[in-house]
Write a protein that binds this ligand. Structure first.
Ligand code: ADP
Length: 408
């Protein structure tokens, strides 16, 4: 089945056309600056190795969808002869609140529930709704499925998702842990479970999705027990520009001292913290690694090492605490931009973990870089298996969509 996977942001729209019978990616691309001057589309036709990038006016997401379909069906850069070769559309949706524990076909009722989650992720939710409506306008009648970043985490028990605040806030506002990156955690934990060669019911896995945004998840018997992100994607470990977990008392303290409004302190924690905040020079792990590799003579060395040291300690603590929570650990998985590519960070995290059965194979770790294959990076003698598994959220979205359409 040919599925068009759509990831709509407020001014961008990423897409992939995937054949779910053969897991083939036909085309992918991005529309940027939607609703602004200078909007452009970048489109790649995979089989022919073609790439086009051109400016084209797009006043809204419907215009962007029209342009996507034009490119997919273009005789030169396209890969299908007409819109009828797209069987359905699958959307990435960031927040499904407590309403959705699995992917679902779009209906008016479903859209109403998504609107109820708007407060939890206003920018993302508005963008997704625009993407869905854009598809409705350009491809009316085509089935649309929604795949939620929060869904996989819905198996958590209340003791993992209720915060120790007055209970009425949970009841009144839905303040609880939801977790993010669920589609990625689901994909890599599923791949890992299959590699472990034992029944899923017996598996205990910690998945580390480390990119610009990062989250760590404990997956026992194929179900999420706990995850590091919380009510919002600000929680958990240090990220590119986000602080992750800090003493909550720092927030009112800084608001008073620096005379910051709620929006301003939110901006500090989301956009000016993490690697960027600690180093003062970059949110990109590659820049940090360059500074660390350059050594103490580099002016950025110490802060880069500090920023990486903070993340290393946090990751060790999550792995250790999740092993305690699951009463054991079979495997640790690294994924996403940093998890898949940072030889240095993986080495730092897995160092001195022999006590809990993690023995890194340094040579294998060095080879796991920009690869599309799952790579084992622990020694054969390691009690806990460690893998680098490239994530593929789009494939999960396409497959869920195909399954929902087939079952209709
Ligand atoms: P997002 O959360 O935006 O999806 P990604 O998963 O794409 O983020 O991860 C982005 C991060 O991955 C950046 O910090 C980037 O520096 C890092 N990254 C990408 N390639 C490499 C690499 N070769 N070595 C180290 N870090 C890398």
């Amino acid at each position: 089945m040919n599925i068009l996977v759509v990831n709509a942001g407020s001014s961008s729209l990423k897409y992939q056309l995937i054949d779910t019978d053969t897991d083939t990616l036909y085309a992918k691309g991005i529309c940027e600056r939607i609703g602004m001057d200078g909007s452009l589309i970048e489109h790649k036709q995979i089989a022919k190795g073609l790439k086009v990038k051109k400016e084209s006016p797009m006043k809204d997401h419907a215009d962007a969808m029209k342009l996507v379909v034009d490119h997919l069906t273009d005789p030169e850069v396209g890969c299908i002869s007409g819109m009828d070769e797209i069987q359905a559309i699958g959307h990435r949706v960031v927040h499904g609140g407590a309403y959705f524990s699995e992917s679902i076909l779009m209906t008016e009722d479903v859209l109403k529930k998504i609107e109820l989650c708007r407060d939890f992720a206003p920018l993302h939710t508005d963008a997704h709704l625009m993407g869905i409506r854009g598809c409705l306008e350009i491809m009316p009648g085509k089935p649309q499925a929604l795949v939620f970043d929060t869904a996989f985490h819905q198996t958590m028990k209340p003791e993992s998702y209720v915060y120790p605040l007055p209970y009425e806030y949970y009841e009144k506002y839905g303040i609880r842990r939801y977790g993010m990156h669920g589609t990625s955690h689901r994909y890599v934990s599923g791949q890992m479970a299959a590699l472990l060669n034992k029944p899923v019911e017996d598996t205990k896995i910690v998945t580390c999705h480390i990119g610009n945004g990062s989250s760590i998840t404990a997956v026992k018997s194929g179900k999420v027990v706990d995850t590091s992100m919380g009510f919002t994607p600000l929680a958990g470990v240090e990220m590119g520009t986000r602080c992750g977990d800090i003493d909550p008392a720092i927030i009112p303290y800084l608001m008073e001292r620096e005379n910051l409004s709620p929006a301003e302190i939110n901006n500090v924690m989301n956009k000016k913290s993490g690697f960027l905040g600690v180093t003062g020079f970059s949110s990109d792990s590659r820049d940090l690694e360059d500074a660390i590799a350059a050594g103490p003579s580099d002016p950025n060395y110490e802060r880069a090492l500090l920023a990486y040291g903070i993340l290393r300690n946090e990751l060790k603590k999550y792995i250790g605490s999740y092993a305690a929570l699951m009463n054991g650990l079979d495997a640790v998985v690294f994924t996403a931009g940093i998890g898949e590519n940072s030889i240095m960070l993986r080495q730092m995290v897995c160092e001195d973990m022999e006590w809990m059965g993690i023995e890194l194979d340094e040579e294998a770790n060095k080879k796991a870089f920009r690869t599309s294959d799952s790579t084992k990076i622990s020694k054969d003698s390691s009690k806990v298996t460690v893998y680098v598994i490239p994530t593929n959220e789009e494939l999960v979205i396409a497959k869920d969509t195909a399954a929902l359409v087939a079952a209709k």
